[in-house]
Design a protein around this ligand. Sequence first.
Ligand code: NAD
Length: 268
Amino acid sequence: ENLLLANQVAIITGASSGIGKAIAIELAKNGASVVINYNSSRERALDTLHEVKAEGGKGIIVKADVSKEKDILRMFDKTLETFGRLDIMVANTGIQVDSPFLQMSTDSWQKVIDTNLTGQFICAREAAKIFVKQVPDPEKTEKSIGKIICMSSVHDMIPWAGHVNYAASKGGILMFMKSIAQELAPLKIRVNAISPGAIQTPINKSVWSDPAKMDTLLELIPYRRIGKPEDVAKAAAWIVSDNADYITGETLYIDGGMMLYPEFADNG
Ligand code: NAD
């Protein structure tokens, strides 16, 4: 078979919902075997797995809290036990615990940093260790031996009042991603970030389920529609494929133009 990701194995964290779910399905459609990570809802992880199988794909579900190192290590063990290798790490999980800065507790700061930033650090490190072990001489190979996606956000660039823990985690991901991309490039491991704008998922239901809030949101999106998880998933499948083999250390903004300062557009 000539599928883009045939014979490859991918871990996707937070794949029981939203963007992670769409990425798991899209990678499976392209031939990858997928490890569907979830933290709380086994049923929803199973939904993802059913959709993967409906596409003719292979997968397993693995429970792990990405803010806990032990859980992450278990997820990697389970992956190797089941599929024997790893080619793609999609560090997708991200949470918001919002509050005004003056009231933000240290706990809600720490929870977001642990889940969004430290979780990605541990996942990327463990994946890279496996990639390097799988190939005798990575420096001498032509194509990449492993790919990492760090799920970021337009808030790795756009400041976000009321969400400073989240924005700090995504800003951190930007430099984390670029620094490991620089360090791992000689080992033929590609590391890129995806920074979505507004994508319709449970994380921002309070916005898209309210018509007034939706109107305000659409003013920030020159393309004038909210994004779909599939918009992100298709780009994710491409960037981990050999069609993107010369791309590393990049951030792909998938945002309908949200990064274009729409408030400066000449609407007159
Ligand atoms: P979502 O809430 O639908 O999905 C988040 C997923 O992470 C869920 O599957 C959840 O179970 C899982 N998760 C939460 N805590 C976890 C933990 N401790 N361990 C493991 N998994 C855990 O949200 P989404 O919109 O699909 O977000 C996915 C990623 O995209 C996040 O990193 C988010 O910051 C980013 N993002 C989303 C948007 C958007 O508009 N939806 C915009 C920019 C960035």
